[in-house]
Design a protein around this ligand. Structure first.
Ligand code: NAD
Length: 333
């Protein structure tokens, strides 16, 4: 089974090769992201394997179908970048990796929260330059603070559990589909998002990016938050209206931000852009704030997660080819 793997880095190749024990799949590793210009590279392949920033819209899917592609294996949980209706129309099966390591993302989220609140990143740079002054490094305790979790799926629940059980924070949560595990994990639901926005000292985003959640953080929702709120987003960049966030950082309404994702990250992330001028002025402005800590969509990146991603992707491809479906199929709703 020949599979074209788009947007690959060495760590993807290593884990996919290791998981392909029986040689069932013949991988072609392609560094470029999938889009209308690169789709042609899938010629002569039965399937493709893509990640979060590959573009798999209707036009790309039509091209892939014309090339004979029948399977799309996402090596991630989110599928907002795939036009599922277009795929269904052309009988292309789409599968994802629903949970490769929610622990990896939850642990990273809490680390990011600590970094932003206690200013580890500033201290690191300062100490390396021989400056041991503590001025400007004042933080606050997470113990006893109210932390709002938006979205209590796998990652939100685990993040809340670490904060409730490990830090003794008051963890409140909002999700239109509450989880029966929340209480045991120490999370308390509020019935309205507005209540969470009003009460939280720190807000962490863990809902998927959909039409209904795009820009869930905007001028209006920020205005409802406490002055001095800290925001963390390890979910998807499109959940935050970046212009609104910049306005709130400039007024000080938002005290500090930790971001592992950015709404137009695909132009920069997963590549060495250090010798490139950043043409996206909004992104450049965001990076310029002393109180914004950003990483390049790294929250998932642990050995355990890569192994799980590769194993599930191989199983998805095997099952789709042999049975015409798999346990991790995604369909248009
Ligand atoms: P999940 O599907 O288990 O949970 C998502 C939860 O969000 C669900 O409980 C759902 O009911 C809830 N939700 C939907 N709409 C909502 C709304 N309007 N308000 C509040 N909650 C809402 O997903 P997960 O595995 O926990 O992952 C969460 C997100 O994390 C993914 O969608 C993905 O975008 C992101 N993610 C990021 C990384 C990374 O490396 N940064 C890695 C994996 C996943």
């Amino acid at each position: 089974m020949k599979i074209a793997v788009f947007g690959t880095r060495k760590y993807d190749q290593d884990s996919l090769k290791a998981a392909n024990r029986d040689g069932f799949v013949q991988f072609t590793f392609i560094e470029a992201l999938l889009d209308q210009r690169t789709a042609i590279l899938a010629a002569d392949h039965e399937g493709i394997c893509i990640f979060v920033n590959d573009i798999c819209n209707a036009a790309v899917i039509e091209q892939l179908s014309a090339l004979g592609v029948r399977f799309i294996a996402l090596r991630c949980a989110g599928f907002n970048n795939v036009d599922l209706e277009a795929a269904a129309k052309l009988d292309i099966l789409v599968a994802r990796v629903p949970a490769y390591s929610p622990e990896a993302v939850a642990e990273f989220t809490v680390g990011m929260m600590m970094t932003v609140v206690r200013k580890y990143h500033k201290a690191y740079n300062r100490v390396r330059e021989g400056n041991f002054l503590l001025d400007g490094l004042l933080g606050f305790n997470l113990h006893g603070k109210t932390i709002g979790i938006i979205g209590t799926g796998k990652i939100g629940l685990l993040t809340g559990r670490i904060l409730a059980k490990g830090f003794n924070s008051n963890v409140i949560a909002y999700d239109p589909y509450p989880s029966p595990l929340a209480e045991e994990y120490g999370l308390k639901y509020v019935s309205e998002l507005d209540e969470l926005l009003k009460k939280s000292d720190v807000i962490s985003l863990h809902c998927p990016l959909m039409d209904s959640t795009k820009y869930i953080i905007n001028d209006d929702s920020i205005a409802k938050m406490k002055k001095g709120v800290v925001l963390i987003n390890t979910s998807r960049g499109g959940l935050i209206d970046t212009y609104a966030l910049i306005r709130a950082l400039k007024t000080g309404h938002v005290l500090a931000v930790g971001l592992d994702v950015y709404e137009r990250e695909s132009s920069y992330f997963f590549a060495d852009s250090s010798a490139k001028v950043i043409a996206d002025d909004t992104f450049a402005r965001l990076l310029s704030f002393y109180n914004v800590f950003m990483t390049g969509h790294q929250a998932f990146l642990t050995e355990e997660a890569l192994t799980n991603i590769a194993d599930t992707t191989l199983k998805n491809l095997h099952d789709m080819k042999e049975t015409g479906t798999c346990a991790c199929i995604v369909k248009a709703s």
